[in-house]
Design a protein. Sequence first.
Lengths: 787, 519
Amino acid sequence: MTGLVLLHALVAVLAPAVGARFGKRVFALTVIPSLATLVWLAVHLGDVLDGGAVTETYQWVPGLDLALSFRLDAFGALMVLLVSGIGALVVAYSAWYFPHRPDLGRFAMLLCGFSGAMLGLVLSDNILLIFVFWELTSITSYLLIGFDDTRESARKAALQAILITGAGGLAMLAGLVLIGQQSSGGTWSLDEIVHNAPSEGAVMSWAVVLVLAGAFTKSAQVPFHMWLPGAMAAPTPVSAYLHSATMVKAGVYLIARLAPAFADVGLWRELTAGVGVATMIWGAYRALRQHDLKLVLAFGTISQLGFLVALFGWGDSKLLFAGTAMLLAHAFFKAALFMIVGVIDHQAHSRDLRRLSGLGRRLPATAIIATLAAASMAGVPPLLGFMSKEAGFLGFADSLHSGADLVLAGLVVGSILTTAYTARFLWGAFAVKPGAEDPIGAEVDRPLPPLIIPAGLLAVASLVGGLYAPLADELVRPAAAALHEPAGEYHLHLWPGFTLPLLLSAVALMGGLALFALRRPVAALQRKVAVDNGADDAFFALYNATLRAAARITRIVQPGSLSFYLSAVLITFAVVPAIVMMGDWEVPDGAVWAESPFQAVIGVIVTVGAVGATLTRRRFAAVLTLGTVGYGVAMLFVVQGAPDLALTQFLIETVVLVLFLMVLRRLPERFAPRRTSSLRAAHALVALGVGAFVFAMALASLAARTERPLGHEMSEVAYAEGGGRNAVNVILADIRAFDTMGEIVVIAVAAIGTAALVRAGRARRDDEAVPDEIRAGVGVDDGGDGR
Amino acid sequence: MIAAGLSNLGVLAQIAEFTPLDTPEVQWAALLPLLILAGGGVVLLTVSSLVKAMAAPGVNAAATVLVGLASIIACVPVWQRVQDPERGPFTAVGGVIGIDGFSILATGLIAASVILAALLLDDYLRREDIDGVEMYALLLLSASGGVIMASANDLIVMFLGLEALSIAIYVMAAMHRRRIESQEAGFKYFIVGAFSSAFFLYGIAMVYGATGSTNLVEIATFLANNLLLRNGVLMLGMALLLVGFGFKVSAVPFQGWTPDVYQGAPTPVTAFMASAVKVAAFAGLIRVFYLALGTYSLDWKPAIYALAVLSMIIGATFAVVQTDVKRMMAYSSISHAGFVLVAVQAGTEKGVTAAIFYLTSYVFMVAGSFGVISLVGRRGDAAHSLDDYRGLSRSRPGLALAFTVFLLAQAGVPLTSGFVAKFNVIAAAVDARSFWLALIAMLASVIAAVLYLKIIVAMYLTGDDAEADDSVAGPKVSIPLPAAAAIGIAIVATLAIGVLPGYLFEVAGDAVPVLIALP
């Protein structure tokens, strides 16, 4: 299985080069992996349908339990059949659909890459691996939607699609991680998790919601459905393959796999049933409003996906069976219908059902195929779609869980609408419309047979599956059994007898046709009540609002002003520790404001100098008053009896002052005028606040002393062991010699940097401010460490 | 002369006999990677000033790359010695340097950043007329500072490393003399950095006051053996240390400088800042908080929790609205810092492993990203707006593809290193029962994904609705060989880690830091 996935990847890598050289023949290459997969499936099909499983495991990241572990069971086989079978047909169809264009190689690459990712997704047994492939399908889908990158609508739709599915994917990953961590034995194997469902609890209820969020976004459920109509910007083969038959089924697939184990956990059943039914009805309702045939199908797909979610999510064995049958039926008829739309687009160059008129007569073969597929979609006997729908109705009618009747009623309403839009689709595509403006139809050429054969095969499969029910049953029963043992005692029947489901089917068909017959009054009513692009508008409104809000906050928070950044930092510096300090603040014993009049006087001088430095507008004056502060502090050292410290401080102050003055020669005499008084007030407030905090912190630190000051010990050993009377020297040169050496290295770095800047700045003289600042900075650091 | 020298030696020997000095064991062999970087810087500067031939194009860059390689090679035997179960981690220079898997891996990563930055610088400096060897010498010295910081077993030594690292970078950021933004960046970074250093020093003083030591081992032992009835000073010290680290890793609310400085600095320097500085700063953070202050994790976890949430959300949100790619990456680096903080916040061995894994992956993806940005910036280092990337896939498909890989990796897409890195972090957070944090991390990834997609869309899906195809021919970017090599290395690492993460995972597991007391 690993080999098959790798084969897809390899062929995808080769495709662009081949496409550039051989044009359309690249599709002959990219169909190979799908065919190989089908052959491989045929070899194993017998075993698998008998209830066996093919497994394969390679360790990938042992520490993360991320193993390349694949497992093919009957349900997986059904999915592989869809992925590779429809994949092969779509590749064949693409070869005839596209005109010659230079980037077909890229298209073939993406399609093949998607195919491989989807194959990996349905074969993975490791839930993390599922996520890996899940995201890969999202990315390839994104690139395929945006394939016509010259159209803005396509780019927008692509972005929307990947944002929604990508976000959902990450939510799902969070959910899967929670499930994996909670599972007994910490296993990541899907099979083991389903068979030993983790215990219930608050965490699991959240996990379930997250996983469902992922599944709902991928399978375009309300309210995340809006990306799917947008995704119709992709070329039609992509719509047929990714956005109806396979990728959008990934969410359904995951729900189907997990439902037997999790249906009773948290809100699982309520969510799947509620969202599924709502999606089915809303999608079908919207389909009735569309004029583009492709959009009719897109909304139809949303509706059908809702149906599938409701069926699988319930978790009963009968409904799992019905869902499996429906999954198969839907893939057949919807892919066929998309291909038909592509054929019409290809021949008539329009998909507008108001203009197409009389195509049924011009293209009889196409019309017959379309009718077959559409009938299966509406649930007309004797087609596969009919039997699946019957099974679904029966399942809900027999279900013992509360609320099943409500769901059933919702499904019937959805089915009525389904019949109505199916009729609208057929009528829109093929009927003669006498009143049409600028009709298209009379001059349309017939398509080449290869273009309609793939759709024809799928439509015939719908018919054969219906007429020979046991044949479909052979595939569907084991597949459903693989999801949940034991499977319900139910088979696909062509003629179930006069039962409730049959009655409901009849109601759905009759009601739908009646609705179609009354299409004019219905359309008028819809125009009055409908919010057309509600979800789509909501998405872009949210998207734009987020961007606007972020832009506004950015303007406020990141104005590029250094003083603003520093204020933010200083406030954090003051406020956070202050909160910590608040509970534990005390003044040290014996604290006095000043021990001698000298200190008081110097203190006043220092304070006045500091205030003066902030008030003056002239640079020289500011530097000089700042110098007063420094010299004042040095004087304090002298009074305190530390002449060596005072000397150091005097030296540093003098050097810094001289440097400052040298720089100031080149700067304007006055500071730039301050902006507003409120800004000044704010700055003053910050300054006072930080000053008060530092003061309080200094007191608190003094009060916090519990042991003898280290200085005593150091001065004691200074002479005895270091042989020096100057304790500071001994500390620098002996006790913390390595630190001093480190400081010297730092100064060396700074010196080299300064030299470099001086050299670099020779061309422009005004750069000298920077090296001086750095030299000053080193001085501060040196002092900080030396003491 | 020689005779005098000999007699001097004799005198020294006599003195040594009289006063037996108890010098700590230095363990030169274990310090070799560090010494190669620091010595390489000094020697390069000296030789290049004296020897004319060194001025030839590419020689200095090649020498720097060789020094970086030598440092990485020197790490190998030390790593083997440390991983040898019989010998294990040890200390050097009297217990102030800890040699464990963590410090060696950090050294290797910083040396790798040096190599990548030097390769990017080579052409850049010539293009921008910033000749001279100083940039390379500063690069190496800064890296040695980072290594000291990552291996420090003592707060003072860590501070020295921080200073050596930072001062060199202040200058490097300001080296582009023709761009006023570059000088503004250097200045801003210097001012803010000086503040952060001051906070850090205050923090050291407070922690020292509370525990009576600056040695990480002794701090941890003290805290494990003593119950502090009044721990206000310790709390204050931890808060201030966190502020200092917060600056260096650019976590919100200390991120203010980051966008301006990242944008203004020469792009290869930005690459170095985003990779090596982050590694060194996080290494220091993990050493101090996880190892030394581990017993107080209940007190620091909430603070890191808050920093992580703010950084992830604000970094991602602000990044989305930028139109300048370099600035976008600056904001996204803030968001990445938040992710690493999520891992640190877990406070478990698993969390630290996740952080190491994340940082390792991040070094390559961010250096590669800025490498591409440096090339697209072209002469003048100014073409960084999103519009300058339109159509890059047509004019330079290889470069566009490389950038796409880096961006996808940053977004955390499977099969790139970013996915496994993010996954590790989330798993560690969930494991530590920080469910909400894990969810917020997911949300931030989604927001950040928009940003990376915006750039990818600009490069690939470029068509103009109204105009003809030739209007989006794309920028004409020249790709010099050394820069291509740097980007190539980064690509290979990013994809290799993404496809085969098992090896790095093991290495990261072996690199969890440990406390080593002096024997």
